[in-house]
Write a protein that binds this ligand. Structure first.
Ligand SMILES: Nc1ncnc2c1ncn2[C@@H]1O[C@H](COP(=O)(O)OP(=O)(O)OP(=O)(O)O)[C@@H](O)[C@H]1O
Length: 294
């Protein structure tokens, strides 16, 4: 049985807004990225998973529990980071974390303290005066402090600086090693690439692709920039195969093949410069986002 199971959920807000017939599952120990452009339906899907809203049709389950009918149990078992966190602004960060821990029936705050230290969060000030990044750290401490088996994170690194984004990646890696199950929505391609086993891509309320990260990595094309000693050599190379573009003494080659064949072919030429660039994950996703819904 999958840890998270979403079956054909539809939440129709009218005028084509909402989510439609969304299905996917997350297995135990898997880290899945939930990606899509603004307004695609990521938060709407996650809110149904948390039991905050009831699907018009379909069913969402976590650990075998119905997310709406058994929402109290589901919410108690999940580590959840909302996209927009509602804080008690007059409390200090530490007091708020303590308050949530009490509500969750947690006696031991050692893990919360460790997380605050790891994220370099000084929780003494009032939340009202905190930056977005500091508030996000509070949200992360709350999501992780119970050491939950399942984590659902909506835009976890929004507002975090690159150093803290790196720390977040470490948090996820540790969670994965400990066998936790993670679903996270994100706009940050780099962190998704570093953390996720699989991605589910949603566009205009519908899932348009679900891919293994390994497969995505392999399907990225490489771009080689090859400078030849003479334009004649560049022309000769260019005529030798597909995907080659001539620019004076330079040839731009796009390929998803291995570099080995290219290197062997180039041995017959005088190459003055060779540079390579891999298509970024962002470019690859743009290809999906740009594609029409199925
Ligand atoms: N309560 C609501 N009433 C009406 N429309 C809504 C409601 N909640 C969301 N929507 C609409 O549903 C669509 C999906 O919104 P959602 O917040 O799920 O997108 P998202 O993928 O999380 O986007 P973002 O990355 O911008 O947060 C949007 O068009 C949004 O305006």
């Amino acid at each position: 049985m999958s840890v998270i199971e979403i079956q054909n959920i539809t939440k129709d807000y009218g005028k084509g807004r909402g989510v439609f017939d969304v299905s996917f599952a997350v297995e135990r120990g898997e880290v899945v990225g939930f990606l899509g452009p603004n307004g695609a339906g990521k938060t709407t899907t996650i809110r149904q998973l948390m039991g905050f809203i009831r699907p018009d049709r379909g069913r969402a389950e976590v650990l075998g529990m119905d997310c709406f009918a058994q929402r109290d149990q589901v919410q108690a078992r999940l580590g959840y980071l909302p996209g927009e966190i509602a804080f008690m602004e007059d409390m200090t960060g530490t007091a708020f974390i303590r308050f949530i821990a009490q509500m969750k029936g947690m006696g031991d705050l050692a893990r919360a303290r460790q997380l605050m230290e790891f994220l370099e969060l000084d929780g003494r000030g009032r939340i009202r005066r905190m930056s977005k990044g500091m508030k996000q750290k509070i949200g992360l401490v709350i999501a992780f402090m119970q050491d939950p088996d399942v984590l659902v994170l909506d835009e976890p690194t929004s507002g975090l600086d690159p150093l803290m984004q790196g720390k977040f990646v470490q948090l996820i890696s540790r969670a994965k090693k400990a066998g936790k199950t993670v679903l996270m929505s994100s706009h940050m391609f780099e962190e998704v690439e570093q953390t996720c086993d699989r991605v589910v891509i949603i566009k205009e309320g519908r899932v348009i692709a679900a891919e293994e990260m390994q497969h995505l990595r392999q399907s990225r094309t490489k771009v080689f920039l090859i400078d030849f000693a003479t334009a004649a050599e560049a022309e000769r190379f260019c005529a030798g195969g597909a995907g080659r573009q001539l620019d004076g003494c330079r040839v731009v080659l796009r390929t998803s093949g291995r570099a080995d064949a290219l290197i062997k072919e180039l041995a017959g030429y005088t190459v003055t410069e060779l540079a390579t660039r891999t298509q970024s994950l962002e470019e690859l996703f743009m290809h999906y986002y740009g594609r029409g819904s199925k």
